[in-house]
Design a protein around this ligand. Structure first.
Ligand code: KIV
Ligand code: ZN
Length: 500
C-alpha cells in the first residue's frame, strides 16, 4: 500500500519571513482558508512570539481552521513555548513546533552551548511543551550540517520526552538528494524509539535542490514534508508545495506514496499568493508558471493533438486551471456569476458575493467580455479593502511627450476634500507626488509592477506597489481598466494599510 505523506505548509511562517512577502491578518486568514481547501495536513500559522501581530494571526487562524492541525513555531525557550500554546490552543488540533540548532557552527557561534547543554535543553523544552499539548514537533535547526551520531542522540531525547514529530531541516540548503536520503536512513537505524515519531524534512532551496532533497527524503522514509506555495521562503525559498505534490501525484508508480492534497486547488492557491505578496512566479516555473502547460513547438502541438500523453504528463485540469471558457458580460445575471465563481473554486459569503457582483456590474459597463482573469482580479479586490482613511475623489492628468506631466489629485479624508497638484516624471510619478503633498509625508516607492489581468485592449490593469512610509513597508494593489487610476488606487491602498 502507498505510504501516506503528510504535507506541512509553512507559507504563513517561513514563506512570510521572506523579503517582500509579509501579509496582514486578513490576507493570512484568506491564505489559511485556501490551505484548508487544499487539504493540507498541518498549517504552520506563524511564529507567535515574534510580534503582537504574529500572535493575533496565529490565534485567529487557530480559531477558524477545522480540518488541519495548526502549528506555531517557537524557540526551545519557556516563554516562547508559552506564547505558542497561548496562540494555538484554540485549534481543533493544535501543535507546538519548537526548534534548537544542533550543528557545530550554530552551537559554537550562535548559541554558545555544548553538546550536553543542547541535549538537556531539548529534553526539558519538549517535556515543557508536552505539558500543554499532546502534539509536539521538534526541529534540529541546521540538522544537515550536524554530526549524525549527536543528532541521533538529540532526536532520541526529544522522542523520550514526548515529541511526536522530529524534523530534519536543511536550513541553509546545503544538502544533496543522496545525502538527505542517507541522513534519513541513518536516523531510522540509529535513533532510539524512532518508530514512535514521524520523520519530517524541511528543505531550503539555496542550491536549487529543495524539491529534489524533499523527494529523496520521502523515498528514504520521511513521512512529513514541509513546503510553501510557490516555494516562497527565506533567501532562495523552501521546497515548493505544488512541485512536491505533483511529483507524488504524477509518479506514484515510483514513490509509492500519496498525500491528501486536492490538486485542483493548486492553481488558485498559487494565484492567491502571487496576488497577496505581489511576487509573481516565473513563466517557466514548474506546475504554476504561465507556460507550464503551453506547447509552442509545432511538433509538440501536433503530438498533443494526436494523443495528449505524447508530450503531456499532467493536465491543466489536474491543478485546477479552468477549462470551461464561458465568458460573462453586461447581460449575465447573478446566477451565472455565482456559478462561474463556484466553478473557479471560490466559496464566498453572501455579503462577499453581493459586493463582488456590484464590482462585476461596474466592470461590465466598461468591458464587453468579463473573463476568468477579470473575475480573479475582482475577487482579489476584496483583499484591498483596508480601512479607507484616504479615498480617491478625482484626478486630472496633463501629460505628453513634450511637456512635464502634471497631476491634480483630490482625496477625501475625514469628510473633507483635499486637492493638490504636482509635476513629475510621467503621470504616475506626478500623481504619487501630489498624494505625498496631501499626506505631508515622503513615501518611498520601492517597487511598481503592472500586468494585464487578461488579454485584449480593454484588459483590467493590475498594479502592485511596494511602499515605505517612515520605515514601515507594505504592498498596495488595485485593478482598473484605466492604468493611471489603478496606479493611484494601489498607492492609496498601501497608504491606507499603513495609516490603519
Ligand atoms: O530552516 C529552518 O531550519 C527552519 C526551522 C526553524 C524549522 O525554518
Ligand atoms: Zn526554514
Amino acid at each position: 500500500m502507498a505510504t501516506r505523506i503528510k504535507i506541512f505548509d509553512t507559507t504563513l511562517r517561513d514563506g512570510e519571513q521572506s523579503p517582500g512577502c509579509s501579509m496582514n491578518l486578513q490576507e493570512k486568514l484568506e491564505v489559511a482558508q485556501q490551505l484548508e481547501k487544499l487539504k493540507i495536513d498541518v498549517i504552520e500559522a506563524g511564529f507567535a512570539i515574534a510580534s503582537p501581530g504574529d500572535f493575533v494571526s496565529v490565534s485567529e487562524i487557530a480559531k477558524v481552521i477545522k480540518n488541519a492541525t495548526v502549528a506555531s513555531l517557537c524557540r526551545a525557550v519557556e516563554k516562547d513555548i508559552d506564547r505558542a500554546y497561548e496562540a494555538v490552543k484554540y485549534a481543533v488540533s493544535p501543535r507546538i513546533h519548537t526548534f534548537l540548532a544542533t550543528s557545530p557552527i550554530h552551537m559554537k557561534y550562535k548559541l554558545k552551548m555544548t553538546e550536553d547543554e543542547i541535549l538537556e535543553r531539548t529534553g526539558h523544552m519538549v517535556a515543557y511543551a508536552k505539558k500543554y499539548c499532546p502534539d509536539v514537533e521538534f526541529s534540529a535547526e541546521d540538522a544537515s550540517r550536524s554530526d549524525k551520531p549527536f543528532l541521533a542522540k538529540v532526536f532520541a531525547r526529544a522522542i523520550k520526552n514526548g515529541a511526536t514529530v522530529i524534523n530534519v531541516p536543511d536550513t541553509v540548503g546545503y544538502s544533496s538528494p543522496e545525502e538527505m536520503a542517507e541522513f534519513i536512513t541513518y536516523l531510522k537505524n540509529n535513533v532510539d524509539d524512532i518508530e514512535k515519531a514521524e520523520i519530517s524534512v524541511h528543505c531550503h532551496n539555496d542550491l536549487g535542490l529543495a524539491v529534489s532533497n524533499t523527494l529523496a527524503s520521502i523515498k528514504a522514509g520521511a513521512t512529513q514534508v514541509e513546503c510553501t506555495i510557490n516555494g516562497i521562503g527565506e533567501r532562495a525559498g523552501n521546497a515548493s508545495l505544488e512541485e512536491v505534490v505533483m511529483n507524488l501525484h504524477t509518479r506514484k508508480d515510483y514513490y509509492d506514496a500519496e498525500c491528501a492534497v486536492d490538486t485542483k486547488q493548486i492553481h488558485r492557491a498559487s494565484r492567491l499568493i502571487q496576488t497577496i505578496t505581489g511576487v509573481p512566479v516565473a513563466p517557466s516555473k514548474a506546475i504554476v508558471g504561465d507556460n507550464a502547460f503551453a506547447h509552442e513547438a509545432g511538433i509538440h502541438q501536433h503530438g498533443v493533438l494526436m494523443e495528449r500523453s505524447t508530450y503531456e504528463i499532467m493536465t491543466p485540469q489536474d491543478i485546477g486551471i479552468p477549462q470551461n471558457k464561458i465568458v460573462l458580460g453586461k447581460h449575465s445575471g447573478r446566477h451565472a456569476f455565482d456559478d462561474r465563481l463556484t466553478e473557479l473554486g471560490y466559496s464566498l459569503t453572501k455579503q462577499e458575493l453581493d459586493d463582488a457582483f456590484e464590482r462585476f456590474k461596474d466592470l461590465a459597463d466598461k468591458k464587453k467580455i468579463i473573463s476568468d482573469g477579470d473575475l480573479d482580479a475582482l475577487i482579489a479586490m476584496k483583499l484591498e479593502t483596508a480601512e479607507q482613511h484616504f479615498k480617491l475623489e478625482n484626478f486630472v492628468i496633463n501629460s505628453g511627450s513634450k511637456i512635464t506631466a502634471t497631476s491634480t489629485v483630490s482625496l477625501i479624508a475625514n469628510d473633507e476634500i483635499i486637492e493638490k497638484v504636482s509635476g513629475g516624471d510621467g503621470p504616475v510619478d506626478a500623481s504619487y507626488k501630489a498624494i505625498n503633498i496631501i499626506l505631508g509625508k515622503h513615501i518611498e516607492l520601492e517597487d511598481y509592477s503592472i500586468r494585464a489581468a487578461t488579454e485584449g485592449e480593454d484588459a483590467l490593469g493590475e498594479v502592485i506597489v511596494k511602499i515605505n512610509m517612515d520605515g514601515r513597508k507594505t504592498i498596495g494593489r488595485a485593478s482598473s481598466t484605466d492604468i493611471i487610476e489603478a496606479s493611484i488606487l494601489a498607492y492609496l491602498n498601501g497608504v491606507n494599510k499603513l495609516w490603519a
